[in-house]
Design a protein around this ligand. Sequence first.
Ligand code: GLY
Length: 363
Amino acid sequence: MPSLTVPLRERAYTVHIEPGFSGLGPTLQGEGVRRVVVVTEPVVANLWLSTLISELEGAGILVQHQVLALTEATKTFDLWRECVEGLLELGVDRRTVVVALGGGVVGDVAGFAAASVLRGLRIVQVPTTLLAMVDSSVGGKTGINSTKGKNLIGAFHQPMLVWAPVCALQTLEEAEYLAGFGEVIKIALVADAALFAELEVHAAPLLERSPDALMAVIQRSVVLKAEIVASDEKESGLRMVLNAGHTVAHGIEAASGFQWRHGAAVAVGLVAEARWAERQGHAAGVVERLVPLLRRFQLPIDAPETRAESVLVAMRLDKKNADAMLIVPVPVEVGRAELIRHPISQLAELIEGLSCVAFNPSC
Ligand code: GLY
C-alpha cells in the first residue's frame, strides 16, 4: 500500500495510506514502541477503538486510552487540560507514545498535549476523516482555539508516523465526508492543476467513496503537502499557501461559535479570497472553475447566516498578520498560488461580495 516520507531530516516520518488498521501494530513495534495511550472522542471510539486496541495489543504493545468530548467547539483549554491531566494520571513516561485516533480536532488536541506533557511525548496520528488524512494529520500543526479565535494557541509537533485507515471514511456522516474535499480542492488549487482537472472530471467515484479513488487522491494530496512542509516546516513562507481560504474560513468558524465544519468554511473562504484576488487583478479565471467544482462536491460558497462584523473581528487575529499587513495566499491561476501582502486596515475587502449578514453600523 502507498507510503511516503515527509523528509524533515532527523524528524522525517512516514505516512502510511492503508485499507485499514492491519499492520499498524507490527509497524509501531518495529519502531520500538512498547506502550501507547490512545486519545479519541466518543463517536470514533464506538466505531474503531476496539479494532485499534486489538491491532496494537496483538503486537505486544500495552494500550491505555482516553475518550474526551472533543469537538471544534470544545477544542479549548479545558479539554486540553483534561487530556494532559489524563495522560499524567495514567503515569506516562517519556517512552510512552500518544496515538491520536480521530479527525482534525482529536489530532490537534492530542498533538498539543503530547507536545506539552513531560516537554514532549512522541505522537502517532491515526486520522479517521478525509480532512485529517489529506491535511491536518501531516505537518505537525497542533493546538486549540482561544476565545479570540481559531488555533491561536499551539505548537509545531511532528508525528513519529501517520497511519490513515481508509476504511474509516466509509462510516463518516455525508457532510463530514464532503467537508474533506474543501482541503483537497484547496491543495489542488494552490499546487496541482492536474489534480484540480481530475477532480473536475472524475468526481463521481469520490462521491461514491470508492476506496481506490480515495487512496489515489489522499496519496496525491499528502505528497503535495509533504513537499511544502519539508521546504518550510514552521510556516515562514511557502507553507502559508496551504492557508488559502483560511483567513476568511477561520473568521466564519469563530463567528459561528465553531459550529461550521472546517472544510466547508474553507470552501467559502477559497471563493471569497479568489473573488477578492480577481478584483485586485492578481488572478483571472479561477472563480469560474472553483465555484462549479465546490458545488460538485456539495460544498458551500457563501455563508448567509454569518455576521460580517464577527468574521472581521476574528480575521484581525489571523496568524498570518504581521506589521499591520495580512499575508494572503492567492491562487493566481489554478494550480499556483502567490503570497500577497494586504493592509489589515482594508481587511473588509476580502469578504466584499460574500453573501453574509451585512454590516450593521449600529452593532
Ligand atoms: N493546514 C495547513 C498547514 O498544515 O499548513
